[in-house]
Structures are given as C-alpha cells and as structure tokens.
Ligand binder design. Structure first.
Ligand code: AGP
Length: 374
C-alpha cells in the first residue's frame, strides 16, 4: 500500500498533489491547437455520433451525487453560455423522490467518478425509460453508468482511492468544459471566447502546480482552525460550486461542520450567523461577480466577521482594504476554469485539518468510496 502512496502519507494527499498530471491525462488527445491560423478545437470521440442530437435537445439535465454533482454545477454556466441550451441540475436521489419530469427531447448527463453509485444508476434507468439521450461522464471504464448510457466521456483521472474525491472533481470539470466547447457552435461571435478557454485548458496543469505551492499556507490556516466547530464558505457564479465542494471536503474528512453558501443568499439568513468568532471563507477571484463579492466582504466586515478571503494574485488590497482579513492569493485564468484552481486550497485545508485533528484521512467514519445502496 505504501508503495502506491509513493512519498505521500495518505491517498488523499497524493491525489491532491497529482492533479497537474491527472488533468493532463484527462485532456490528452482531446484538445487540438492547429498550426498558425488553424482554429482550436476539441475532440471527444465518445460523443461524435451524438453531438447533433445533443445540440438539438430541448434541455440538458446534469444528474449526480455529492462531489460529482458539484462538478456539474461548476460547469453549468459555461455549458449554458456556449450551447444556448437550458441546463438544469438534479441530485439523483431528489429526481427519483420527486419522479421529476424527464423528456425524450432531453439530454441527461450522468456524472459519477465510480460509475456505480446506486442513486445515479436508478436515475439513469428512469431517464432511459423516459426516452432521454443519456450521456455518462465517469472515471471507471466498464462501470455500470459507462455501460448503460448511450454515449459518454471517460475522465481518465486514474484510480482514486481516498474516499474524498479530489482529482476526479477537477477532471470532471475539465471534461464538462470540453463538452461545452464540443456542443457549442463555432461561430465568429464566440471564437475568441472559445480560443481563450482552450488556451486556458492548456495552461491549467501549470496553474494547478502553482496553486499547490499554497500547501504550507493552508496547513498554517488549518492549525489556526483546528479547534473550530464550524466554517462557512461563500461563493457565487462559477464558484458557488467551489463553496459547496470545499465545505463538503471539510465536513467529510475533517469532521467539522461546514456549509457552502451562495453569496447572493447571504442577507436572506446566513448573515445572522456571522460574528467575530465564526471563521468565514469568501471566494472572491476575478470574474463578472467580483464587485458583488467585494460588497459581500464589506458587509461581512461591518459585522466584524472573521474573514478568510481567496482572491486572484495581486488583489489582496482590493478585497481586504484594511488588511484585516487573511488573504489566500491564487493564480488567475479564464473564469470558467477558475473553479479547478480555486478548489485546490480548500482540498489542502480539509486534508491538513483532518491530519491535525487526528482523523482517518482516506477512510472517514461512516462513509464508503462508492455508495452502492439506496
Ligand atoms: C466525495 O468526496 C464523496 N465521497 C461523495 O460525495 C461522492 O462524490 C458521491 O458519493 C458520488 O460518487 P460518484 O462520483 O462515484 O458517483
């Protein structure tokens, strides 16, 4: 077992640190950057016979559980932007509980690391019965979801052993960004945006390498938070998913209550919790929501919130004028890919908190890697 962990103490730690490589593998052979003036394109072999049908669908429905659901949520805005098709989100168990409507004209995209999650599999059966085109995005070749969907994409992140999903999450987002590029029309009006995203994908492994250098910073933060009962994480837009996923990591491995909150909902309840004691993490990297996040920070500050702010490199003074909060600066890249970078410090925080609190990193109590019962 130790051989498989290499120089790392835990699988989760190894899997966090190998993300530059897993992301590279996910993209290998799928991104084409032609010679001097050739257009940049994406090739997803598993979808090529179905792209026309997907483009004609009335709606795209993302279906998954836990981290896989969060990855789909992170990719939703870019899929909507590039395809112009409405994208709705379904937690597999909730879709089944409601027997929510699924139509023949829908494309249902099943996102699952293991490809064996019972709720997702039942939702797949349900979507097939209702006549939707079913697409699988999994990390496990030959898994039930891979076998039973009409078509799909393997994320090729390599085996993930730690119960807490880390490298699969970032590879899932990248696959769904590529899916958005593949479905979205290559028109003159969106050409610059498409090329910027493809360039961003090429840069991504190096950006993740860079953000991994925050390891010690996140360990120091974990040391500060070791005895806390709770942590709030505020995000919005592309990084609402980052807030949910960061909070999920902290609760499932560090066994600390943590809540990911849509920053736009702050004044509708969560603000009442904020005081000088409760650690409050705000994701405020540069994108179209930046100025709204600045105003969230001001309001939290006015309530004497204990703030930890994640911002783009060089933005510390803009997000924290009085220097009164802890700032985590991360490298910036194209907005839709920023969640891949932004989750890494939160993964590191969850990891170090777990080790410092003395809990089982790779096998948290009560949890299984793959939830095969309903
Ligand atoms: C993630 O850290 C969790 N262990 C869990 O939420 C997981 O993502 C969920 O059970 C779904 O699993 P799947 O991706 O294999 O379907």
């Amino acid at each position: 077992e130790q051989i498989n962990k290499g120089n790392y103490k835990h699988y989760m730690q190894k899997e966090i640190h190998e993300q530059p490589e897993s992301l590279t593998t996910t993209m290998r052979g799928r991104l084409l950057r032609g010679g001097s003036c050739k257009a940049k394109t994406v090739l997803l072999g598993g979808l090529k016979d179905h792209l026309k049908t997907i483009r004609r669908s009335r709606r795209i429905v993302f279906i998954g559980c836990g981290t896989s659901y969060n990855a789909a949520l992170a990719a939703r805005p870019i899929l909507e932007e590039l395809s112009g098709i409405p994208v709705t989100m379904e937690i597999a168990s909730d879709l089944l509980d409601r027997q929510g409507p699924i139509y023949r004209e829908d494309t249902a995209v099943f996102v699952s690391q293991s490809g064996e999650t019972a709720d997702s599999l039942s939702a797949l059966e349900y979507a097939l019965e209702n006549g939707a085109l079913c697409v699988g995005i999994t990390n496990t070749v030959g898994s039930a979801i891979a076998r039973n969907t009409h078509c799909g994409v393997h994320i090729n992140a390599g085996a993930e052993i730690g119960v807490a999903s880390t490298k699969a999450y970032t590879s899932q987002i990248v696959v769904m960004a590529m899916l958005a590029l593949a479905i979205g029309g290559d028109t003159i009006s969106n050409q610059a945006r498409r090329e910027a995203i493809i360039d961003g994908l090429f840069e991504l492994p190096n950006k993740v390498r860079e953000v991994l250098k925050l390891d010690q910073t996140m360990k120091d933060l974990a040391q500060e938070l070791i005895a806390e009962q709770s942590l709030l994480v505020f995000g919005r837009g592309y990084n609402y998913a980052t807030a949910l996923e960061g909070a999920l990591k902290v609760k499932e491995v560090a066994l600390m209550h943590s809540e990911g909150i849509l920053a736009g909902e702050m004044k509708h309840g969560p603000l009442a919790l904020v005081d000088e004691n409760l650690p409050t993490f705000v994701i405020a990297t540069r994108d179209a929501c930046f100025s709204k996040q600045q105003s969230v920070i001001q309001q939290l500050h006015a309530r004497r919130g204990r703030l930890i702010v994640m911002c783009s490199k060089g933005d510390a003074a803009s997000v924290c004028p009085g220097g009164s909060c802890r700032v985590i600066e991360v490298p910036q890249l194209e907005d839709c890919l920023q969640p891949v970078v932004n989750i890494v410090p939160l993964q590191l925080l969850a990891y170090h908190l777990t080790v410092l609190r003395g809990f089982n990193v790779d096998q948290p109590r009560n949890l299984a890697k793959s939830v095969t019962t309903q």
